[in-house]
Ligand binder design. Structure first.
Ligand code: ISE
Length: 338
């Protein structure tokens, strides 16, 4: 079976996924695309080898529910994610939704209710770090007790630079959300509070943005997580994660790069964007999703994971605003997502 994928949103990440499905992934092809920007949609359709361009005014009907679409990849603008996922559930179509699942906890809960009413999992959320080899080694060692009970986690999420449209809130909703999900997954625990401390701001930023930020989280089990989000670090795309346990620690490896010795210097290349740093993770993630669609059994980060991450990000935004330690009020986890 070749899974026919309908792609909603043909911006940067949507186009990357279309390229990925068309040239890297096995067992799938892009059959239809939709975007409010008609020129982008036409270009993406051509890059997909002649996919159908659906009516952007009726994405639910002309793409998601269409007979030539078996599964849906949502890479639209964040505020529309929940609406497109709900339409996929209504059509009974498996859906991979780029993070975040929703921009509000209330919208995420609507997705949970719809999926539970449908009766089986259809939703996978695009937290691709769970498919990165380095993060998977962290997960394995921690789960095997290799460092004893985890006590603390130290993370850094550094981007080379942020565009003018990037906001202080996005440091939590769009950037820190990766560490929020990674910490929940690595520790198999929920985050119950968030706090934000603002150090001296870099001068290399747009005036409206607070950058860098320290985000401090606590889990239900008492593990403390500190996350530096610095989206104008200038030198590259740098992701660090160290988990300290009772008998040892484990540190996320930097991607393997050749060491260059030249002109009296020695060093290795640093990625400049997440597409390069997590290229393998994205490939493994999308292939796993396609395979799960073919098998008829959703896997990977669920709508519950998407809801929890959105709720923690919302508490973090409240903590940015107030400077207070903000509790994360999650609903009780339904047995459906046990
Ligand atoms: C972007 O949306 C991502 O998901 C990247 O992984 C992150 O590094 C970046 O800050 C976000 O804007």
């Amino acid at each position: 079976m070749t899974v026919r994928i309908g792609v909603v949103g043909t911006g940067a990440i949507g186009r990357e996924h279309i390229e990925r499905v068309s040239r890297v992934i096995s067992g799938a092809r892009v059959s239809a695309v939709a975007d409010i920007d008609a020129a982008l949609a036409e270009k993406a359709a051509a890059e997909a080898g002649g996919a159908r361009v659906a009516d952007a005014a009726d994405i639910a009907g002309s793409l998601i529910a269409a007979d030539d679409v078996d599964a849906v990849l949502v890479s639209s603008w964040h505020a529309a994610h929940a609406e497109h996922v709900l339409a996929a559930i209504a059509a009974g179509k498996p859906v991979l939704c780029e993070k975040p699942l929703a921009t509000t906890a209330e919208d995420a809960l609507r997705v949970l209710a719809a999926e539970e009413a449908f009766g089986r999992r259809l939703v996978q959320v695009g937290f691709m770090r769970r498919y990165d080899p380095g993060y998977r080694e962290l997960k394995r060692v921690i789960a095997d007790g290799g460092i004893g009970r985890p006590l603390m986690m130290h993370c850094a999420h550094r981007n080379r630079s942020a565009p003018e449209r990037y906001t202080t809130e996005m440091a939590a909703q769009d950037t820190g959300v990766h560490e929020i999900d990674a910490a929940r997954w690595l520790l198999d625990d929920e985050i119950v509070s968030a706090q934000v401390i603002l150090p001296r701001a870099t001068e290399r930023r747009f005036p409206h943005l607070r950058d860098p930020q320290f985000m401090l989280f606590e889990t239900a089990g008492g593990v403390r997580i500190d996350l530096e989000v610095f989206v104008n670090c200038q030198y590259g795309y740098d992701i660090q994660c160290e988990t300290v346990g009772e008998t040892g620690l484990i540190r996320l490896p930097d991607p393997a790069r050749a060491e260059v010795r030249a002109a009296a210097r020695v060093g290795t290349e640093i990625d400049q964007e997440w597409g390069g740093r997590f290229a393998e993770a994205f490939d493994v993630e999308v292939q796993a999703w396609v395979d799960s669609v073919a098998a008829g059994a959703a896997t990977g980060p669920s709508a519950w994971d998407g809801y929890a991450a959105t709720a923690v990000a919302a508490a973090t935004v409240e903590a940015q605003r107030t400077g207070a330690v903000v509790d994360v009020d999650l609903v009780e986890r339904p047995a459906f997502y046990a």
